[in-house]
Design a protein around this ligand. Sequence first.
Ligand code: FMN
Length: 303
Amino acid sequence: MNVSIEVELFGQRMKNPTMLASGILGTTADLLLSAVKGGAGAVVTKSIGKKPRDGHANPTVFEYNCGMLNALGLPNPGIDHFEKELSKLKGKEIFFIGSVFGSDGSEFSELAVRMERAGASAVELNLSCPHAKGLGAEIGSDPESVEIITQAVASSVEIPVIAKLTPNTSDIVALGKAAERGGADAVVAINTLKAMAIEPYLRKPALGNVIGGLSGQAVKPVGLRCVYELYEALDIPIIGAGGIESGIDAVEYLMAGASAVQVGTAIRGKGMAIFAEICAEIEDFMRSEGYKEVGDLRGLAHD
Ligand SMILES: Cc1cc2nc3c(=O)[nH]c(=O)nc-3n(C[C@H](O)[C@H](O)[C@H](O)COP(=O)(O)O)c2cc1C
């Protein structure tokens, strides 16, 4: 049986529903291209701000057996440098999404415009990093700020605007609706969950920043719940993320209501070839269960 895993997202065709998640190796043109070579349908850049930023003091990463904790603190080279990096993608066949962070609507808009000029197919707003003061989830857990920032960006660029939402809230639907009201073309759920680790023999927190964000397998049930709830409430597409390691994980997200999925932490174990592996497993599932189009899986877990 012939199956198709091509998807259409805000009017643009993707060869499959997988994307490289922001912050996972998306720091250079070569790394973004290597994700495409590994089979990703689209790639999201590391979140970029106006100025270069070092991020938090070490240790910035702690491995749990069920996932990973990080408090990198949004280190990035700044938009001036990153624009030069992105110019290396000119003429290449790549669907790339520029991720940006800022402290208000005008900073987000300025960065989004620069990403658009650099050739991004869409811009993703990091309204959800849980470990950066005055940025990310600190502003992204207030629906009013989400709406204002999304609106500011949507009125500044022609490319689609994607709001990346935080799960560190009692009501992710309120954030999703605020993004939709502000003119977002899609939302991503989820970014990492606020968490920490203790080094018992050192009698202190394991991360330099004390608090970090949990990702990987441990957060999959939270991600699925967020996508499920958002699908019931929103009209715009949802991109699922959180603990996706296999084609079956991706199928679960699609059935919860996702139109596409992002993969981050699992790349540390399996490398960029994970994208082709996930796609092959989705196709196997579709063949064995009798689905022709990957879009047929979307939202199936709902009535
Ligand atoms: C080391 C690391 C760095 C990250 N950096 C960013 C970032 O710069 N911007 C962002 O929006 N999300 C960032 N994230 C969050 C991921 O994009 C993703 O939303 C989250 O990790 C859940 O997916 P996963 O379980 O597949 O990793 C980062 C995650 C990790 C583990």
